[in-house]
Design a protein around this ligand. Structure first.
Ligand SMILES: NC(=O)c1ccc[n+]([C@@H]2O[C@H](COP(=O)([O-])OP(=O)(O)OC[C@H]3O[C@@H](n4cnc5c(N)ncnc54)[C@H](OP(=O)(O)O)[C@@H]3O)[C@@H](O)[C@H]2O)c1
Length: 323
């Protein structure tokens, strides 16, 4: 039997890597367009995966990618703009192109990745506003069967979250922490991609948007404290107040790598916590942070294992065992 082909836009990213491997395990053949396929050799070695150089903002390229596909998955997003208008171009205009090109190429199924708190009509973060507008565009395509996903922060091997804090802690002797009291319910990437894979052929998910959160509700301060303990570095972490966090956003956004921006500050003002339980339809029990993160952050030595036991004992007060 021939495998069904899927096109995963943004499949070379963090979630993309996990999703593409899961889809191939489920028997699909996956085409992944990229701006630079050479940077993604780890994907190219997977059986049934084809990484191709393509400009996904070009309609003819999208048409060529989509023809013959069973479904399209859109994971493309940016956290910061290089120039004004990038959020709109990547999160909204691209979704318009995708829906139009699905229609032209005869694709009828689209999985669209949004984000928790994405809202086109709310002030504040332009990232969240544009993600909300893109989600609206996707669901407005009436002739397409669209399912969207609204995760909180996503963690897992190669994430941009625990790994980023671990990197900062390794580099800096003292870590100033912006928005320390921001709340979130991080969700495991394995759970996210399992839900997406199960949704692909589930007609009951057509037209639906699913919020995805993990079981732990934590503050950024708890996350960084936990990462500090896991790495064994025990750096001094200085929580910054609101005014100073905003100021750091306004300043750091001018650095080339934009470690933090004013828009990031704005998005952290709304708790990234779901309004209800994890969607029961998919038969997935979302994993706790402490059951996954020590496998990719921290030390495997005796002291590290001892720390893990102490954290678990202290978990009554704090899901990350901060005491
Ligand atoms: N990670 C999280 O914690 C989190 C939380 C909530 C929602 N999400 C959503 O989940 C999705 C995936 O996130 P992720 O963390 O996996 O992102 P990621 O690692 O940054 O990957 C994004 C992908 O999009 C592509 N891309 C980015 N900008 C592009 C551009 N201007 N033109 C063409 N392609 C571009 C990149 O492909 P190439 O470089 O190969 O071209 C890259 O593979 C996004 O929609 C994001 O909003 C993520």
């Amino acid at each position: 039997m021939l495998s069904k082909t899927l096109c995963v836009l943004g499949g070379t990213g963090f979630v993309g890597h996990h999703l593409v491997s899961q889809l191939t395990r489920a028997g699909y053949y996956v085409v992944v367009p990229s701006r630079n396929r050479e940077r993604h050799r780890s994907l190219q070695v997977l059986p049934k995966v084809e990484v191709v150089d393509a400009n996904i903002f070009d309609d003819d390229s999208l048409d060529a990618l989509f023809v013959g596909c069973h479904a399209v998955v859109n994971l493309v997003a940016i956290l910061n703009e290089n120039k004004r208008g990038d959020f709109n171009r990547v999160h909204v205009e691209l979704v318009e192109k995708i829906t139009n090109d699905c229609r032209r190429s005869g694709v009828t199924r689209l999985l669209h990745m949004s984000a928790l708190n994405a809202d086109a009509d709310k002030g504040g973060s332009r990232y969240l506003r544009s993600k909300g507008a893109g989600e609206k565009v996707a669901h407005a395509a009436e002739d397409l069967n669209v399912t969207s996903f609204r995760p909180s922060l996503i963690f897992g091997e190669d994430d941009h979250f625990f790994n980023r804090f671990a990197g900062l802690l390794r580099k800096l002797p003292i870590v100033p922490l912006t928005c320390p009291e921001s709340r979130m319910a991080p969700v495991y990437v394995g759970d996210v991609v399992e839900v997406m894979t199960k949704a692909l052929n589930d007609k009951a998910t057509y037209g639906q948007a699913y919020e995805l959160c993990g079981p732990d509700i934590v503050t950024l301060k708890q996350v960084v404290g936990y990462t500090n303990r896991l790495t064994g570095l025990r750096r001094a972490v200085i929580p910054l107040g609101n005014g100073m966090s905003a100021l750091m956003g306004r300043m750091l956004q001018w650095l080339p790598y934009k470690p933090f921006s004013y828009d990031n500050y704005l998005s952290l003002q709304t708790p990234a916590v779901c309004n209800g339980p994890f969607p029961g339809r998919f038969g997935v029990t979302p994993k706790a942070i402490d059951s996954v993160v020590p496998k990719y952050i921290g030390r495997a030595d005796i002291r590290g294992r001892y720390d893990t036991m102490r954290r678990r004992a202290a978990r009554d007060k704090d899901p990350l065992g901060g005491g």
